[in-house]
Design a protein around this ligand. Structure first.
Ligand code: COA
Length: 239
């Protein structure tokens, strides 16, 4: 997907080849956090290469703003069961405040059909204002920890020092309903899990399937939800 804008910048999906540039943008832009976020949450580099690789493997899809093929800003989307998360929004320091983050955010939100959630540091008031200007609203404090626990994989200390913003705005009850659906869908889609060990249910059901296989006869294994051949092979490979 490509979109031209008036400054000749182009927004398009990043590929695995962009990982080094994504990392340098994140780590340069994250300097904004130095001395602002709690000192025990600051580390260098802010995002190590292994963490970015894990985020990509976890389904975070980055889009990048490029000028003459040089990556200037990045923003990721992670589609979860019933929400989209905006993850890792960073623009090179000398290009911040020029509307690039706004374009990336609008681009990623334009086709959204589900609630969009963003988590950021409570102390990053500029980032909170940035999102608020784009129609996001902070969820109530009592919903922050339940949402972060349900949709993110962050340590307790980070939960205590973060805020969550949502578009459209989310009431306390609305957040509770989202989380309940997410938990239910999470169980239903266990068959589709990328990690065959993610659910004991999956492992034990697959073992039952295997014990039913006849070596001399092709077997038909039915799954509750569609499973791609690739995922199915991965599930079988752990048995
Ligand atoms: C937040 C960020 C992605 C926004 O991208 P951007 O290209 O600067 O965004 P825009 O130019 O479209 O809008 C920037 C607005 O936010 C403010 N802003 C953004 N970053 C700021 C910063 N580090 N310090 C102060 N204000 C900042 C600008 O004043 C501007 O306000 P305005 O619209 O009233 O002029 C980018 O500034 C950035 O990388 N910041 C540091 C890292 C960060 O906080 N990331 C958010 C992680 S959730």
């Amino acid at each position: 997907m490509t979109q031209r804008d008036e400054n000749e910048g182009t927004i398009r999906r990043c590929s695995a080849d962009d990982s080094t540039d994504i990392l340098s943008i994140i780590n340069a832009a994250a300097e904004a956090y130095r001395g602002v976020i709690p000192p025990d949450r600051w580390h260098e580099p802010y995002m190590p290469a292994g963490e970015l690789a894990a985020e990509l493997a976890d389904g975070v899809a980055f889009s990048g703003y490029r000028v003459k093929d040089r990556l200037i800003g990045v923003m990721g989307v992670q589609e979860l069961h019933n929400v989209d998360l905006i993850r890792h929004a960073y623009v090179l320091p000398d290009r911040q405040g020029q509307g690039i983050g706004s374009r990336l955010l609008r681009h990623l939100c334009q086709d959204a059909t589900r609630p969009i959630l963003i988590g950021t540091w409570a102390a990053a008031d500029w980032a909170i204002r940035f999102y608020e200007r784009h129609g996001f609203a902070r969820v109530e404090e009592s919903s922050v920890a339940p949402l972060l626990t349900a949709y993110w994989n962050v340590p307790e200390r980070q939960i205590a020092t973060s805020v969550v913003l949502s578009s459209p705005p989310l009431s306390h009850d609305g957040a509770g309903r989202l989380i309940a659906v997410r938990r239910r869908k999470g169980r239903d889609s266990a068959w589709e899990s990328d990690d065959p060990h993610a659910s004991k249910g999956v492992a034990s059901m697959m073992i039952e399937c295997r014990s039913a296989l006849q070596p001399d006869r092709p077997a038909i294994i039915r799954t509750k939800t569609p499973v791609s051949p690739h995922r199915f092979q991965r599930l079988l490979s752990v048995l």
